[in-house]
Design a protein. Structure first.
Lengths: 233, 229
């Protein structure tokens, strides 16, 4: 309850600051954002789009972590935690893809042009999709848990290859205001502060959604167990 | 492991491979059904091209479309057939998990190499405008591509053999795993048809080899969890 209230207030402040603070060519005041050449007002998307993409990856990594833990200990709770993380990851992955496509429409002139970043997030979407297709195709609970855990691990070990494959095929147009090739940070203090607060807020939001999901799945499992375990096989 | 253990393990890998090899020779599934599959797919490409000729890089990509879907209809057999015939349990008792995995991998490797050789020969013979200027790049690409395809396809086949909708699920699960491999081999095939020097494809080959090593190692590690009930 306390976490939910805190998150609501925190994210509201982040949204208001991110949208309302002025963007000027020469930042004078502490609250001024700089104008990033080529991005201008469209740069505000980074407060919302980057955290969703970050969560899509974070959720995948935590699903992977609990998948490995499930295979080691074979505890049903780990499978619940893993699949809950994947479910929320899928949601944020969709959000990152959609917000990215809308931004691309106004910056690049087209919703989709197979930029390496778009290709990578598309592959992540495919992996999430395949993961849930696999889960829905296995009825036995233990079998479902271990098969989807194995699949998550396989996807996890092949994902890093994209980092090497992608640059060989196409140069990216995706802006990198945080860590670019010249090692320069285009953001000023105010922008960085709002961005990091947004990142923290979104991570908190993820944690809240995830623990809610885990709790409800646990209750559901108890409920089915109490009814005589019909759904266990 | 002692030397005897390794020998015994290698022998049971060989036995699993031979078992699949013999049952393949009996049913001739791969030779007849998969051969027809490849012919049908190439025929569709020929019909849709008509008298037009597509640029070489498009044709290089299309070759891998044929190879991918042929692999998706052929390589799942290794484990699905055990489930269909109800022999999975017996095989679990007869051999160690790792021996089963490497035996099946070996069989899929042979199958995918043979299938891809046939596909490439047919494709080169019938598709106009498909040229290979650097044969060495092309041969190495097909060989490494077949090994990588078999490597990733074997563990996915073991997974889907335990699921309900096997046939549909196989390409769905395989595609994201195989995509780094596919993008790399398509790129290397394009280099081969453009007539690049062998050394120019060095980066692609390094990627393919490391992909194969990583995928096979990971599959062998997690196979027990899929195979054992």
């Amino acid at each position: 309850m306390g976490l939910r209230l805190l998150l609501g207030v925190w994210l509201s402040i982040v949204i208001i600051l991110g949208l309302a603070l002025p963007m000027v060519a020469q930042p004078q005041q502490w609250y001024d954002f700089p104008i990033i050449p080529g991005l201008e007002e469209k740069a505000r998307i980074l407060f919302f789009h980057v955290p969703t993409a970050w969560l899509a990856v974070l959720a995948f990594l935590s699903a992977l972590y609990y998948a490995v833990r499930y295979l080691r200990r074979k505890e049903h709770l780990d499978d619940i935690k893993s699949s809950a993380a994947a479910g929320i990851g899928l949601l944020f992955c969709l959000l990152a893809t959609l917000t990215g496509a809308i931004w691309a429409r106004f910056s690049w002139g087209t919703y989709w042009n197979w930029d390496p970043r778009q290709t990578s997030i598309f592959v992540l979407l495919l992996i999430y999709g395949a993961y849930f297709a696999l889960r829905s195709a296995v009825e036995n609970e233990e079998k479902r848990a271990s098969l989807s855990a194995v699949y998550a691990i396989l996807a996890g070990v092949t994902m890093p290859f994209f980092m090497f494959v992608m640059p060989r095929i196409l140069a990216s147009l995706h802006p990198e205001p945080l860590l670019n090739t010249e090692g320069k940070v285009h953001m000023n203090g105010a922008m960085l502060a709002v961005f990091l607060s947004s990142l923290a807020g979104f991570t908190g939001l993820y944690y809240w959604m995830w623990s809610l999901q885990v709790r409800s799945q646990k209750l559901l499992a108890h409920h089915e167990l109490a009814r005589g375990g019909h759904s266990r096989d | 492991m002692r030397r005897d253990d390794i020998l015994r393990w290698a022998r049971s890998v060989g036995a699993v491979f031979l078992k699949d090899w013999r049952s393949e020779l009996r049913t001739r599934y791969a030779i007849s059904a998969l051969g027809m599959f490849v012919i049908t797919t190439i025929a569709i490409i020929l019909f849709s091209l008509g008298s037009e000729s597509a640029p070489p890089d498009v044709l290089a990509g299309m070759l891998w479309v044929v190879i991918f879907f042929a692999a998706m209809s052929g390589l799942s057999r290794s484990f699905v057939s055990e489930e269909e015939r109800g022999t999975a349990m017996t095989l679990q008792l007869a051999a160690r998990g790792s021996a089963v995995f490497f035996g099946k991998l070996l069989f899929n490797l042979v199958l995918s190499l043979a299938l891809n050789t046939v596909t490439v020969l047919l494709y080169a013979a019938f598709v106009n405008g498909f040229v290979v200027r650097t044969a060495s790049i092309f041969v190495v690409t097909i060989a490494l591509g077949s090994v990588g395809l078999a490597g990733a396809a074997t563990i996915i086949a073991a997974i889907i053999a335990r699921a309900n909708t096997k046939g549909t699920l196989y390409p769905v699960l395989s595609f994201p795993i195989l995509l780094p491999l596919l993008l790399t081999v398509i790129n290397a095939t394009r280099l081969a048809s453009e007539g690049a020097f062998f050394s120019e494809a060095g980066g692609e080959f390094q990627l393919l080899i490391s992909y194969i090593v990583v995928v096979v190692t990971a599959s062998a590690t997690v196979f027990e969890y899929v195979w054992k009930d």
